[in-house]
Design a protein around this ligand. Structure first.
Ligand SMILES: [Zn+2]
Length: 85
């Protein structure tokens, strides 16, 4: 018996952009990021670049932005543009 079998590691998630406080994954694998603070939050979908304000969510409270992000992540099918290196 070998004592040191390599354990499969879960994939390391990419680091979040600075200022990101929450992140939602859309159905096609794009990210919806929330930035800011509890009463001054904002969001952006990296698939279609929609923000909560563009979706009609004018409050910047974290609960509202989270609700937008959750709903948007469930419905958005835009893929993020591939990164150019
Ligand atoms: Zn989107």
């Amino acid at each position: 018996m070998q004592g040191t079998q390599p354990q499969p590691q879960p994939p390391t998630p990419a680091p979040w952009p600075e200022g990101t406080i929450a992140r939602y994954l859309t159905v096609v694998g794009a990210y919806v990021d929330i930035t800011g603070e509890a009463y001054d939050a904002d969001g952006i979908c990296h698939g279609c670049e929609t923000t909560p304000v563009q979706s009609g969510y004018i409050s910047r409270t974290i609960h509202v932005v989270r609700a937008w992000a959750q709903l948007h992540a469930e419905t958005c099918r835009a893929l993020p543009r591939p990164e150019v290196s």
